[in-house]
Design a protein around this ligand. Structure first.
Ligand SMILES: NC(=O)c1ccc[n+]([C@@H]2O[C@H](COP(=O)([O-])OP(=O)(O)OC[C@H]3O[C@@H](n4cnc5c(N)ncnc54)[C@H](OP(=O)(O)O)[C@@H]3O)[C@@H](O)[C@H]2O)c1
Length: 325
């Protein structure tokens, strides 16, 4: 697979999000199968893997570490930490706390360094400059190679980047959720920061394989995010019709067109779709070979501008999961 650059880090054009192996999409495969699937993704050319300390209370990192151990040095490994003001209300405590989070992740992942270490969510009570300062120290110590933020604002990105240049911003982005096109993506371009879209297939919606009778159980976020409610599945049909018609023309799938569309947009965009099925992993990574022409891309953009999107994915909605059986 071709490579792209997230500032100084070279990664495959499409990465792999491992979250679904322990978190967020209901029942997951056995450990042995999960490990095999991640190794298959590597064999298919993927060299960029994404996890977080919060996925399955550290279990996801253990799984990812074990899966990628045989080729650790050949891949770019990203994980994330969350730190709150309650936990760290002085600069000294903040550094200590982040170092503890990092230590624990390194142990679970069975590695000596993290290539890309993201702050999972910004705590408004902790200045982003203080986090950036600690990240600079971790880079100096060789414990991380680069750092990033997730779901941050332009102001938070600018301020943090002044202290320690950011490697990548990981935020929600897909042909269905384009809010960061307005400001964050242009800012990444201006500052030379990579952009890593999470949920690039809108939690699978853009594959066209889910219908209003699809069932979701357990911690599957599709039980609560509004783009999957019956009404919105119907309301968003024009978007699926658009990508399906382009897919048919190109001999591709709707998921592949959705990914090819964002790859065409900017060369510093590297999506990390997640799947637990080999045929879907092959499909998603295969999108790196689908090239849209300038005319095709402009046609999609033109038609997209006329389509209203219904529903979204918010942390607030996802928090409602804990009230469901
Ligand atoms: N920074 C953050 O706050 C944040 C938030 C969410 C996610 N993430 C990261 O981003 C990664 C990707 O996010 P995501 O998992 O929400 O992405 P996604 O790829 O948009 O959605 C994954 C879901 O779509 C299904 N799917 C994927 N490819 C498919 C295909 N070709 N056909 C049909 N269904 C398909 C998967 O089902 P199956 O697994 O059953 O195939 C899974 O349920 C995560 O793994 C995680 O590492 C970060």
């Amino acid at each position: 697979m071709n490579k792209r650059k997230l500032r100084n880090l070279e990664v495959s054009t499409i990465g792999f999000g491992a979250m679904g192996f322990t978190h967020g999409y209901g029942p997951s495969p056995e450990k042995k199968e999960a490990i095999k699937l991640m190794r298959d993704a590597f064999d298919l050319g993927c060299t960029f893997f994404d996890t977080a300390e919060g996925y399955g209370n550290g279990e996801n990192e253990k799984l990812v570490g074990e899966a990628l151990k045989p080729f650790r040095k050949e891949i770019v490994l990203a994980t994330k930490f969350k730190v709150s003001y309650t936990e760290a209300n002085t600069k000294e405590q903040l550094e200590k706390s982040i170092r503890n989070h990092l230590d624990a992740s390194l142990k679970r992942l069975g590695t000596e360094y993290i290539d890309l270490y993201y702050q999972h969510r910004i705590d408004k009570d902790i200045p982003v400059e203080d986090i950036a300062y600690v990240m600079g120290k971790l880079i100096e110590d060789g414990l991380i190679l680069g750092w990033g933020q997730s779901q941050s604002t332009v102001d938070e990105i600018r301020r943090a980047n002044e202290v320690t240049p950011l490697t990548a911003i990981q935020s929600e982005y897909s042909i269905m959720e384009r809010m960061f096109e307005v400001d964050v993506i242009p800012l990444c371009e201006e500052l030379g920061i990579g952009f890593v879209p999470f949920s690039p297939l809108a939690s699978g919606f853009l594959s066209g394989k889910f219908t209003d009778s699809s069932q979701y159980v357990g911690d599957d976020v599709r039980r609560v995010i509004t783009r999957f409610n019956k009404e919105n599945i119907e309301n968003n049909k024009p978007l699926l019709d658009l990508i399906t018609s382009f897919a048919d023309e190109k001999g591709a799938t709707p998921a592949q067109i959705s990914l090819a569309w964002m790859l065409h947009k900017k060369d510093f965009i590297v999506p990390i779709p997640g799947s637990r099925k080999i045929e879907r992993i092959r499909e998603n990574l295969g999108a790196a070979n689908i090239n849209l022409t300038k005319e095709e891309f402009e046609q999609i953009e033109k038609q997209l501008a006329k389509i209203k999107i219904h529903g979204n994915r918010t942390d607030e909605d996802i928090a409602k999961l804990r009230f469901l059986n």
